[in-house]
Design a binder for this molecule. Structure first.
Ligand SMILES: [Zn+2]
Length: 133
C-alpha cells in the first residue's frame, strides 16, 4: 500500500462523515458550486491545490489563470492524478474530471484554454484544498 496517502473511506457513509455537506455534494454527487462563490476563484497565491477528498496534489498555482468563468481554472494537470469521463448530464456532452485516487468529482475540462495546452480545467473550489508554498 502507498502509505503516503491517507486511507480512503470504505463506503459512502464514511465519506459523508469525513466531508462537509457541500464537499460531499460536489465530490461524491457530481455537484457544482455557484459561479464566483468559491474561495479559490480569485486566489493568486503560490502553492498547490490538492483534492479535498483525499489530499492528492492536483493543480499547481502556476497553471491557474483568470478565465472569467466563475470557477478556479487551470490550463494543465499531471494526467496521472486525474481521470476523464464523458458526462452527458444536463443535455450537454462534457468531459468530467475526477481525482484518480479517490474518484471524487472535481469539475470539467474544456478545449478553450490558453497556450500551451489549450485546455481549461474548470474546477470547483470546494473540491480543492490550497496548500501555500
Ligand atoms: Zn481525491
Amino acid at each position: 500500500m502507498d502509505s503516503s496517502r491517507p486511507d480512503l473511506p470504505d463506503d459512502e457513509a464514511e465519506w459523508r462523515e469525513r466531508l462537509s455537506e457541500e464537499e460531499y455534494r460536489v465530490l461524491r454527487e457530481q455537484g457544482t458550486e455557484p459561479r464566483f462563490s468559491g474561495e479559490h476563484v480569485d486566489r493568486t497565491d503560490d502553492g498547490t491545490y490538492v483534492c479535498a477528498g483525499c489530499g492528492t496534489e492536483l493543480f499547481d498555482s502556476e497553471t491557474k489563470y483568470e478565465s472569467g468563468c466563475g470557477w478556479p481554472s487551470f490550463y494543465d494537470v499531471d494526467d496521472d492524478r486525474i481521470e476523464k469521463r464523458t458526462d452527458t448530464s444536463l443535455g450537454m456532452q462534457r468531459t468530467e474530471v475526477v481525482c484518480a485516487n479517490c474518484g471524487g468529482h472535481l469539475g470539467h475540462v474544456f478545449e478553450d484554454g490558453p497556450e500551451p495546452t489549450g485546455k481549461r480545467y474548470c474546477i470547483n473550489s470546494v473540491a480543492l484544498d490550497f496548500e501555500e508554498e
